[in-house]
Structures are given as structure tokens and as C-alpha cells.
Design a protein around this ligand. Structure first.
Ligand SMILES: [Zn+2]
Length: 189
């Protein structure tokens, strides 16, 4: 059941890092730290989703291999492979499968919510201003080329969505709504 523990550790890690990201942004306004935590959150969510789905899918194959027609070789090969890979010979209960699916959905939702700019929580205007000023400074410093222009394809520093139609001095993220204009750098919050 190693895979099960991997799933539990990473799904809990993903939810905790999303909450940490929420706190660091909303209460501290620290963009750089929030960016680092977002990376941890994305990696842990990816590992949790992969291990969780493998667990549910593998157990589904195990169940099918017990009930199905013996001519369905692919199910036997799949379930044998799963047993070999995970050292899992016991079918986990339906309740565990449902719990794994629900946990994946919760952690994905929390991860998605924390990345949204329009729904972002800030304890006051100063925190919000600090956060977005840092985010815009980051965009100006790390996302522009040697001429101070944005490239045609850039990634949003808030939610990591790809932005294809960035103008040389301006972009608006289609996913989270983060808006940067280098010409009106200070005033545009
Ligand atoms: Zn975005």
C-alpha cells in the first residue's frame, strides 16, 4: 500500500501548500514567496493526482479481473502489472476509492481558487498593493526581453497560464485576469 501513503502525503501537502499560498498572499502580500509555494503546490497536486488515479484505476482493474470473462486478457495483464508495480494484492474498498476521488477534487479546487486574481482575498488595500506591485516588478524584470518588451508567448506570474497575445508593453491573463501595463506601471492596480 505504498502508493496509498504516497497519495495521502501528497494530497495533504498540496492542500496545506495551497492554504499557505492563500495566507502568504492575503495576509502578508509577499509575491515572491507565494510564487515559490505555488510551485510546491502544483508539484504536490500533480503527484497526488497521478498516484490517486493510478490507485483507483488499478483497483478497478483488480475488481474487473475477479468478475470478468477470462478471455479479456488486457484486464489480467493490467491488473497483474498493477499488483507488481504497487505490491498491492488487496482491493481497496469502494469508500476508499470515493474518498481518493473527493480528495483529488478538493485539492484541485483549492489549488485553482488560490490562483485566481479576481477572487483573491487581501486583508487590506496596502497588502493588495504590495502584492501586485511586486508581481508587476517581477513581470518587468523577468518576463521582458533586452528591449524591455514582452515576448509573444509568456506565462502569467500569478497562475502560470500561457498568454499568447501579449502586446509589447501590456498583457492581461485570460485565466486569472492579471493585468500588467509597463507604461502605467505605478498607478495601475
Ligand atoms: Zn494568470
Amino acid at each position: 500500500m505504498v502508493l496509498y501513503y504516497v497519495f495521502i502525503i501528497f494530497v495533504v501537502g498540496s492542500i496545506i501548500s495551497s492554504i499557505a499560498q492563500f495566507m502568504v498572499r492575503g495576509f502578508v502580500g509577499n509575491f515572491t514567496l507565494s510564487l515559490k509555494i505555488r510551485f510546491v503546490s502544483a508539484v504536490t497536486l500533480f503527484i497526488a493526482s497521478c498516484s490517486g488515479l493510478l490507485l483507483v484505476f488499478g483497483n478497478l482493474l483488480l475488481m474487473l479481473s475477479k468478475w470478468s470473462d477470462p478471455t479479456l486478457e488486457v484486464i489480467y495483464t493490467g491488473s497483474d502489472l498493477f499488483v507488481t508495480l504497487t505490491n498491492n494484492t488487496k482491493v481497496i474498498t469502494d469508500k476508499t476509492c470515493v474518498m481518493i476521488t473527493v480528495l483529488i477534487l478538493i485539492s484541485s479546487f483549492v489549488n485553482y481558487y488560490v490562483k485566481q486574481t479576481e477572487l483573491a482575498f487581501f486583508k487590506d488595500e496596502t497588502t493588495k498593493r504590495t502584492f501586485y506591485t511586486k508581481a508587476r516588478m517581477f513581470a518587468k524584470e523577468y518576463m521582458t526581453n533586452e528591449f524591455g518588451n514582452f515576448g509573444p508567448e509568456i506565462y502569467c506570474p500569478i497562475c502560470s497560464c500561457m498568454i499568447r497575445d501579449a502586446a509589447p508593453h501590456r498583457f492581461k491573463c485570460p485565466n486569472c485576469g492579471f493585468d500588467v501595463s509597463l507604461d502605467a506601471f505605478e498607478s495601475d492596480i
